[in-house]
Structure formats: structure tokens, C-alpha cells
Design a protein around this ligand. Sequence first.
Ligand code: GLN
Length: 456
Amino acid sequence: RIDAVDGGPDAGVHAFLQVDAEGALAAAAESDRRRADGEVRSPLDGVPIAVKDVLATRGLATTCGSRILEGWLPPYDATVVTRLREGGLPILGKTNMDEFAMGSSTEHSAYGPTRNPWDLERIPGGSGGGSAAAVAAFEAPLALGTDTGGSIRQPGAVTGTVGVKPTYGGVSRYGLVAMANSLDQVGPVTRTVLDAALLHELVGGHDPRDSTSIDAPLPGLVEAARQGAAGDLAGLRVGVITELGGEGYQAGVLARFRDSLDLLVAAGAEVVEVSCPSFVHALATYYLVMPCEASSNLARFDAMRYGLRVLPEGVEAPSAEQVMRATRDAGFGDEVKRRIVIGTYALSSGYYDAYYGQAQKVRTLISRDFEAAFGQVDVLVSPTSPTTAFRLGEKLDDPLAMYLNDLATIPANLAGVPGLSLPSGLADEDGLPAGFQVLAPATADDRLYRVGAALE
Ligand code: GLN
């Protein structure tokens, strides 16, 4: 299937940056042998999976969609990758992404864009467009993504797949190349809610190698999905977020959102409206906090430790600083440079109170809005993304238009709460998939699966 549809940078879906056919087939053969002996390592033993190229895979190149990591072979596996291997899942390869997970369309990859399998002229969302497109195009039944500001959920919405951002700390970040480490989470990208629950249970749970990992067992996610699939939501209180779903949202996306609300009511849920007034500041807050953390994290790409090293032209014995400059200039793309500049500026001496400090305070207000809302309802819902997939190139030269795609997904990252996106149907005006987002209180990821499965 990958051979048939994936193509490359110039044509086809281009979900993969690298396919490890040999490794995947060897792992599949081992799984078959185990099964013949009656040994099954996990419910997903033998099911192949694609992995976003921001997760370290031992011996398999990991680029983060950037030239600066070209040729880097990680000497270790991310914890989630270790758990895939231990669970018997063959790893098909590494999927395309916006460079260092910065973007909402996968057009910021240094290796060419991924295209949406529903219409190859359109974007698959981002930053994890490769993982979502691989699943939507039936190149992989499962994938792993990462979500810092919507990069699992928004690609899920525009490709008609299921994507989950777990509670912050619910899945290990060890071996995830950090973009904004107070926001980053690894999570499942799948075709069904039950698949997502199975994968989440496999990769999630405490990891002593991640200092932010929650030291408590995960709630029963598969069990919750099975309960939800039975279709009974009697007694469940659902809050529609007033601030997410009005102006700026496509009519067809809103129509499918209302259809899903009707289904929830039919399943016995009570639907009310809940206001989260600080959410209107979420985008501005995120686009300060994220560049600040990213500018600090990306300082490690110093031309000495990883991947690319470019020597400045015409300099006989370049200094370390000259090599660093030449390498970062050639190795980072425009969006990454833009964020490094913004983050470095905002963290400059004397500016803390004006920018980062303010953003942290608004972040607290957003968390309080969530706390107040979850005092009234069990889950919150909204459309995942304001529009369906737009055309390649449409927003590439307008960073603010690109950032607006993240309106509904970002509050969850700022507050650390879990979120799930699942398909709500096709928008009337363009026949493209729209997404429905469910948000739950921290560590109550099971509620996402109960509601999601009831809607499937
Ligand atoms: N669109 C967001 C950004 O550009 C998505 C980031 C993410 O979740 N990795 O920052």
C-alpha cells in the first residue's frame, strides 16, 4: 500500500520520510512465530505502526522534518518506541512533519509537504500530517503523533482520523525531541476510538525516565471505549464551549458539530453551554510560551552534537561560533527561525514581565476556566479545527492565518488536560472531513474514550 500511494516529495501522499520495510517484515515474522507458539505480547502484537519523525528510534534516522538533523542516527529508543517493540508492533517507518513540529499543514517540512489523501491538492494538517495521512490513506492502521498545540487532533480532523492528546504526563516524553516541553505530549493516531484506546494503554503509564510523568496507573481506557460503544451516555453532562465555535468557523464544520451533539443527546447525555472567557487569549498565550520554550530547546543544535555541520565559506580556520552560525543558518527553515527570534526576544533581559510572565498568568486563567467548567460538566466539546483542509500554499506566506487553525486545540495543551478528535462527517460545501473534539479533566482520559466511542 505504501508503494502504491506514498510517492515522494513531488507526487503522492508522501506521508513517510523513511520506510523500514526490512525491519517491519522481520518484526512481523517474529510476531507470527510467537503466535504459532501461543505467545501474544499485547493486544496489538503484529499490528504495524508508523511513528512521527520527532521520536527517537534506535538505528533509524530521526530528522524532525529538519535539515539540521539530517543523518542523525539516535543511539536509543524513545520510551514509547520501546513499548511498541515490547508489545510486538512492527515499525513501518518514520512520518513527515512540519520542521520541529512547528506548523499546521506539514508544509514546513524540509523534505517537501505531505498531501491529504482526500484531495492531494490539500494539506493534511500539521504538524503531524504524515502520521494522519498514513492512517487515512490505509498505509498504516496505527500511528504515533505528538501534540504541543493540536498536532495530533487538527490533522485528525482534516483527514477523517481519530487523534488523542493524553493528559500531560500521561505518556512518557523520554526520547521525544522537545519543542515546548511544558506542552508536548505523545499520543495515538488511528481509524477508530477503540484502536486509540488500545494504543494509548500500550504506550502510556509511568516512566521514571521522564520527570513529568504521572506516577499513577492509567484509567481503564479500553474498558471505557467498550462502554461507550454500547451507546449509553445516561447521566453524562456535556459542555459546549461558548468561545469555540462561532466566528471564523466554517458553516459545514459547525453543521457536523451540531449533528454530533444530537447523537450525544440521543445517547442520553445532557448538553449545556459553558463559557470559558479566557480561551479567547489562548492563541496569543501559546504563541509566546511555545516560541520561548522552543528557542531554549533548539539551542542544543549547535553543529557539534547532532547531524548537520556546515563550514562557513571562505574561512580558513573557522571558530566554533562561525560553524554554529553557518550550520543554524543552513539547517533551520524560516518558521523555525521566526520562532527562535520571537522566543529569544521575549525572554530577553527586562522583557520577562511584559511577555513570558504575562503569558504564564493568562495560562493560569485558562486552567481556572477549565476547573470551573469541569465543576459543572463531565466533558467539554467543540469543533476540532475551524475549517476543513485548505489548499497547499494557501496560508504558507501568512503565519497568523496558519496559527488561527489552532484556536480550539491549544487551550488543552496550556492546561495539560486530555483531548480527543474524531470524525463528525463531511462538510456540505466541500465534501471534506470535519472533526469533533472532546476534552476532559486531567487524568480522566477514560471519559474521552467513552464519549468518542459512543459517537462512532
Ligand atoms: N500548529 C501548532 C504550532 O505550530 C502545532 C504544534 C504542535 O502541536 N506540534 O505550534
